[in-house]
Ligand binder design. Sequence first.
Ligand SMILES: O=C(O)CCC(=O)C(=O)O
Ligand SMILES: [Mn+2]
Length: 206
Amino acid sequence: MIDLFANAGALQRVVDIELAGADLKCWPNFYSVQESQRLFSELYEGLDWQSEMIQVFGRKVRIPRRTAWYGDSGANYRYSGLTHRARALPVLLEKIRQKLSLALELNFNSALGNLYRDGCDSMGWHSDDEPELGISPVIASLSFGASRFFDLRSVHDSRVKHRVEIKAGSLLLMAGETQKNWQHSVPKQTTVSAPRINLTFRNICR
Ligand SMILES: O=C(O)CCC(=O)C(=O)O
Ligand SMILES: [Mn+2]
């Protein structure tokens, strides 16, 4: 496991996560501790968190986290049998999107929020490779609240795994061939009792 914070110093320090066939970068302090605490509360209170059901092998199951989906007009997104219709980004998400666009010089037209109520909430192995994300999806992932593990495993050999600890205020950017060559997951961590919010900004091809 890499400790992304081992040498935490400069605010906008960027760490390359070196994995074959991946383009992964992390800005551990994209938001300060104070900003990320404030944002956590505002997102927790302000987003319209839903408890969703998805189809798994023909059965409907409730996903182990809450979600909130927003996007510009026409930026609808489909996964696991669910179509997320775009609802305009609230002002808070607009501000976050602007900061991301300025910092990364990239545009995003949608944002998916994930609320992990505690360490029993999780996200299973997947790649963000839906056709509407284009050939080489660029995904900007922001985290607030509790630290959680973010695991990666090679799609070519599932024994090849890599664990990163994602902390509050950090930005993880997944680009290039990452989704083709790697899956990711947020495993259960039963020792974690505090909630975490993750926002993934994406660009849906319309
Ligand atoms: O919570 C995270 O860090 C990952 C979220 C994720 O992979 C997704 O929304 O597709
Ligand atoms: Mn994902």
